[in-house]
Design a protein around this ligand. Structure first.
Ligand code: C2E
Ligand code: MG
Ligand code: MG
Ligand code: MG
Length: 282
């Protein structure tokens, strides 16, 4: 009986595994097709200068709307892309598409928008792709020099620090700015902050959300702000959902705020309109 029960359990477990593997495999197949057919889009979330209220940049966030499945969260498809290697074409596409959008805005405005466009990078791209070559090609095709920023998580550096040092220095030479995303949630050593050409720390939402009611979170936010200031880096607070958070962060000297209080990630057209409505602040 015990034997049978265990076999049953194993079969149930296997059935569940098989379903998960199947969903993942079909997601991978569909993602590959979506990339090939240019069906991914980027949404642009404004980054607000907390001193002036101006839009000083946009973060480009990948979006996938499958005709059958509907919208699929980046939290689901980015890991699939990372594990399958599809993040390499996806990542190259994102850098190119963000640059294309920026020059489209320039054309509409009749001048160069004084904003930064920030694109996320995965560790796999640092390890296995030539990001610097992608940037070079994109900069040759689009007039975006000095206005691109790449967001890396601490894991991008930790995975292969020597390679990360080389890649980041090459990017710095190309006038690309570097931000550390989700700062405080990873395992980077402080030595790398000093050694690497990092322009900005993005303070993770998990510290920002509770900071007005939780003293420890507030202490961490303050510490990151003073660390960044001491190292000559700017700061962006992620997940600013209320006016109080924005005001407090501004008073504490945080450079920029990003979050639903200001705007959700927007279509390129809506993002441009958002910039236009606030351009008098810059
Ligand atoms: P992230 O880079 O940390 O991006 C910030 C996430 O917070 C975004 O989620 C954004 O929509 C969300 N967010 C912004 N403001 C608020 C707020 O006020 N409240 C709350 N609750 N959330 C807010 P999203 O768009 O779902 O993206 C999730 C993650 O997927 C990103 O986190 C990033 O790590 C990854 N990702 C997105 N696009 C790309 C891409 O093109 N390449 C790579 N490698 N990763 C990407
Ligand atoms: Mg990011
Ligand atoms: Mg982040
Ligand atoms: Mg994040």
């Amino acid at each position: 009986v015990k034997q049978a029960k265990q076999t049953g359990r194993i079969e149930l477990f296997q059935a569940r595994e098989v379903n998960a593997v199947r969903r993942r495999f079909s997601l991978e197949t569909e993602l590959r097709r979506a990339i090939e057919n240019d069906r991914l889009t980027l949404a642009y979330q404004p980054l607000i200068d907390l001193r002036t209220g101006a839009v000083s940049g946009f973060e480009a966030l990948a979006r996938w709307h499958d005709p059958q499945r509907g919208p699929i969260e980046p939290g689901e498809f980015i890991p699939v892309a990372e594990e399958s290697g599809l993040i390499l074409p996806l990542g190259r596409w994102a850098i190119e598409a963000a640059a294309r959008t920026l020059v489209a805005w320039d054309r509409t405005a009749g001048r160069k928008l004084p904003v930064q466009v920030c694109v996320n990078l995965s560790a796999v791209q640092i390890q296995r792709d030539d990001v610097s070559a992608t940037v070079e090609a994109v900069q040759a095709a689009h007039d975006v020099a000095g206005r691109m920023k790449l967001e890396l998580t601490e894991s991008c550096i930790v995975a292969d620090p020597e390679r990360a040092v080389r890649v980041l220095h090459a990017l710095q030479e190309q006038d690309v700015r570097i931000a550390i995303d989700d700062f405080g949630t990873g395992y980077s050593s402080l030595a790398y902050l000093q050694k690497l050409p990092i322009d900005e720390l993005k303070i993770d939402r998990s510290f920002i959300t509770p900071m007005l009611r939780d003293r420890d979170s507030l202490a961490i936010v303050r510490a990151v702000l003073s660390l960044a200031a001491a190292l000559g880096m700017s700061t962006t607070a992620e997940g600013v959902e209320t006016v109080e958070l924005g005001q407090t962060l501004g008073a504490l000297g945080c450079t920029r705020g990003q979050g639903w209080y200001y705007a959700r990630p927007l279509t390129p057209e809506a993002a441009y309109a958002y910039w236009l409505a606030r351009r008098h602040n810059s």
